[in-house]
Ligand binder design. Structure first.
Ligand code: S3P
Length: 450
């Protein structure tokens, strides 16, 4: 878990061209779901390419606490021997999800319709995040929740002994909320219906179908209507986790802003619910090419080739694209600093309730680095200075947020003076090989204190 150990201050020095191949780790969203659904069917689910970041490891430990057998074979290969839908045992201890909002919210959904009582906690970041968005719809199944003020962790959930199916319109664009309701719906009789007005990442729907659940998706005037038949017999699967586009964002953006760079990031999933950043970068004039486009496991996949792009221009990012790049705004704002003109990011209120308030965390760091940022409750604008003109030379608080830390490490590769973060330890939650991988491309990242 992050945030419990000694902080790791890190500095990124301006560097020469980044070159080579960047094999980024497995997808975080898909890794959590593979462990949870593996635990919810009887038999062995074999997973390769699992992200072995702290967030996912915490979810693995939680599944073991609910009675599944979770075995690490090394090198990203894992087996989960599940207990079946409705088969979760009551954990003996508090479930600690560390830094992971996805972990805790999905697990709350998965246990909510079993007659067990579970207490959840996390690190200081996670314990500050809103859980009412998940416990409100879970209450409709009959689940009770008692937490701290504002619906914060630590929190105890009493699962519904006689769950009823639910029809729920998700009020915020959140794949975590949608997924929690669907996972709870697995152990409710009848049909659970979830409606989302804006499409968010659809890994839960795809994976539930893969595990044999009857789930349909309909595009209607009301939105995307997802209907799940409750109490299915899920069948164990073999899952090859694709590489994470949200992690690919860091070497891609680093190459785009660092003079002379040419980096290949192979095997990146381009599921339209996740690939908004790459579209945006291309609209800004980035030299980013999809090579070797193909389909794998029903998902579009490509090798991304990113090259230094000296003539970036600021754009207005369409709000309708926000959900498909919600985790990428921090690093996009770094790229925007090196563009000419204003990059306008609207409709991004959700950024304020991530591992940190990401608009606030980025705005503070960018301003300290000499970049002008305007912000409002659900928007922000970065005025770019153009390539070669970004001063840098600041130390930024990463606020227990991996993506804030990595964004500023990318920034320091192309600023005039180095960029530092007070604590790079949260990077291990999602991208444990970040320093090694970026160093291998030519980045100059140093731990300022051991
Ligand atoms: C995720 C959903 C998103 C995203 C998070 C992963 C998921 O959160 O920010 O990193 O795996 O479902 P929200 O559902 O809160 O938008």
């Amino acid at each position: 878990m992050s945030g419990h150990g000694t902080p790791i201050p890190m500095t990124s020095h301006p560097c020469g061209p980044l070159q080579g191949q960047a094999h980024v780790p497995g997808d975080k969203s898909i890794s959590h779901r593979a462990l949870i659904l593996g635990a919810m069917c009887v038999g062995d689910t074999h997973i390769t390419g699992l992200l072995e970041g702290e967030d996912v490891l915490d979810t693995g430990k939680a599944m073991a606490a609910f009675g599944a057998t979770v075995t690490n074979h090394g090198g990203g290969a894992w087996t989960v021997t599940g207990v079946g839908v409705g088969g979760f045992a009551e954990p003996e201890q508090v479930i600690d999800c560390g830094n992971s909002g996805t972990g805790v919210r999905l697990i709350m959904g998965a246990m909510a319709t079993s007659p067990i009582t579970v207490t959840f906690t996390g690190d200081a970041s996670l314990n500050g995040r809103p859980m009412g968005r998940v416990t409100d719809p879970l209450a409709l199944f009959g689940t009770r929740a008692v937490g701290r003020a504002g619906g914060r962790l630590p929190m105890t959930l009493v699962g519904a002994a006689d769950p009823v199916p639910v029809r729920y319109v998700v009020p915020v664009p959140s794949a975590q909320v949608k997924s929690a309701v669907l996972l709870a719906g697995l152990n409710a009789p009848g049909q659970t219906v979830v409606i989302e007005k804006e499409a968010t990442r659809d890994h839960t729907e795809r994976m539930l179908q893969g595990f044999g659940a009857t789930l349909t998706v309909e595009e209607t005037d009301e939105g995307r209507v997802i209907t799940l038949d409750g109490q299915p017999e899920l069948t164990p699967q073999t899952i090859v986790v694709p590489r994470d586009p949200s992690s690919a964002a860091f070497p891609v953006c680093a190459a785009i802003i660092t003079p002379g760079s040419d980096v290949l990031v192979p095997n990146i999933g381009l599921n339209p619910t996740r690939a908004g950043l790459f579209t945006t970068l291309r609209e800004m004039g980035a030299d980013l090419v999809y090579e070797n486009m193909r389909e794998e496991g029903g998902e579009p996949v490509a090798d991304l080739r990113a090259k230094f792009s000296p003539d970036l221009k600021g754009i207005a990012v369409p709000p309708a694209r926000a959900a498909s790049m919600i985790d990428e705004y921090p690093v996009l704002s770094v790229v925007a600093s090196f563009a000419q003109g204003v990059t306008d990011m609207q409709g991004v209120k959700e950024l304020r309730v991530k591992e940190s308030d990401r608009i606030d965390a980025m705005a503070k760091g960018l301003r300290a680095a000499g970049v002008s940022v305007d912000e409002g409750p659900d928007w922000w604008k970065v005025t770019g200075l153009g390539h070669g003109n970004v001063p840098g030379g600041a130390t930024v608080a990463s606020q227990l947020d991996h993506r804030i830390a990595m964004a500023f490490m990318v920034m320091g590769m192309a600023t005039q003076k180095p960029m530092s973060v007070d604590d790079g330890s949260p990077i291990a939650t999602s991208f444990p090989i970040f320093e090694e991988l970026m160093g291998g491309l030519g980045a100059q990242l140093v731990r300022t204190q051991e």
